[in-house]
Ligand binder design. Sequence first.
Ligand code: ADP
Ligand code: ZN
Ligand code: ZN
Length: 671
Amino acid sequence: MNNPRPCYLQIVIDTPLNAVFDYRWQGDPAERPQVGQLALVPFARREVVGLIVGVADESDVPVDKLKDALAVRGQLSPLSAQWLALAGFAADYYQRPLGEVALPGLPKNLRVLTTVALDRALKKLAKLEAPHDPTPSNMPALNPQQQEAADAIGGAQGFKPTLLYGVTGSGKTEVYLQACAQVLAREPDGQILILVPEINLTPQLEGNIRARFPGVMLATLHSSLSEGERMLHWLAAHQGKARIVLGTRLAILSSLPHLKLIVIDEEHDPSYKQQEGLRYSARDLAVWRAWQLQIPIVLGSATPSLESWHHAQSGRYRRLELRERAVRNAVLPTVKLIDMERDKPKDGLTSQLVAAIKQRLERGEQSLLFLNRRGYAPVICCESCGWISECTRCTSFMVLHRPEHRLRCHHCSLEMRIPRHCPTCGNVDLQPLGRGTQRVEEGLQAMFPEARILRIDADSTRKKGSAQEAFDTVHRGEVDILVGTQMVAKGHDFKKLTLVGIMNPDTALFSQDYRASERLFAQLMQVAGRAGRAGIPSEVLIQTRYPQHPLYGAVVHHDYDHFASALLEEREQADLPPYLFQALLRAEARELAMAIEFLSMARDCMEHPGITINDPIPMTMTRVHNVDRAQLLVESPSRPALQAFLKEWMQVLREMKSRVKWSLEVDPLDI
Ligand code: ADP
Ligand code: ZN
Ligand code: ZN
């Protein structure tokens, strides 16, 4: 018996080839590899780490074609069948090869050739004594609505999606935490996954969880961890040591062998959607994962996505409501509209907004000015010949960044010094057009020289940790006026903030994108929700040219319900999601014509009964970094019909071997 029978491994590899590859394993028969383990294998003249999805005694591949697997990562316990099924579902649903989903879903350090990092992390983790006391500390008493919600979520058995619809400041976090406490107490090994849109913007939550459950190991998973940390945290979840995993969208693919509850905070947030590669929705995958495991899931928001609202209305999700703010005496801010046609703005600010800021300064309260446009001005122009600062590589403009003395394209990162004179006519008087956060900051400084003004946007927070530092400054009350983009709109609990000024939200009202109004509404409610959280009366002032617009009417009345119902009705009449299912085929080429030609070919290459395929069109921003982009929208009222079509279609398109770069997005958000 010195020549034991080999076994054969079916392995997926991170390649665009949609295939499972067979390898022979001649190692110790006592250590027969298992499904869910990782193996080092030769592949196309390289060595790569693949995932074992099958182990068999035979292979259909002729012996002389079979290569040997080089090593199996035996020190890592196998990924569970449930995890493999999750990766398999994501691959199927988003029409990608399994290897392209499963392997990138793992920490990088697991996919390298050596096991040094893995062994080090395992050793480190073995030494870490997992605390084992789920008793929560300092549980505040809940109000009756919160209590009802926490009990309903924490006490739920089986697959129960709950939409927790609670106004800003209604204490949704506390509901999650107390539901978590119930699950941890009931399930001896139970794990909980909490997803948040962006971890850097919710550092308070991590602190709150740690303080609440000092006897429980918490792992965090997000993109700003180092590879070493990510490996350690991933392993802590995989081994079941971490009882709570807090992460961003990528955490939905983490291995959680004892998952018992999923919490999705701010479920409407677009950052749950991955916008490149595997374009998945972490929220949708989370609902599938909860269904697969038959466990409860809670989706929380003050402005739920229309998809989730629709599910709640149709009874698929249970809806729970928190109608009031949780802090004593805290009420929702008064929202007022300022008609910019009557009160003409100076430096972007109407006299009413200026007066309101002044009043806050006198009272020692904080103001927040919200403008979703960074830079100094979106474009500079020459008034004598009409030249404007267009990007040479994109269908967009070079944005003026005055403090940095640069023009920057926000799409391809092209940068240049501000020209001293007009490149076409030589005019030296180039003018900024429009207004970004830097210009607003400058205007405020001139207007209120005594005030402490802080700008928070992607430019001011480039350095690691600087965003946190900036937010801390606001929390300490060392800022009078805060100017910011969407970065300041989310999550933060600023105690002394009593005024929110929204500078110019109108552009989104007339966008071609049918989701623009849903998004604008959510954003306005979010940013308005920053005011008055500690019980001081507060107001939100919206500068607009369209004070009669129903969207603003709904914001004034904090009336998400009616607004959402009206939008849903519109969507139903116009045959749009969630009443219709979509996929978007995108093509990129040096010349627009090539991209369009490929898409036309794709449209005509097979029969498609029950599926509508629209005409190929250039994308709104056609050119980015010298590449032209076009798209083809595919629609069907039936999700299974669309899925079946896509599967076949992808096969045909892959076989076309076109030189055009293309990709498919299922359930696209931006069309
Ligand atoms: P949301 O996520 O719904 O916007 P938060 O969870 O941030 O709201 O809670 C808002 C504020 O209310 C926080 O300061 C929180 O500490 C406080 N809070 C929550 N629940 C209670 C409660 N039951 N009693 C008193 N304060 C509470
Ligand atoms: Zn000119
Ligand atoms: Zn550009």
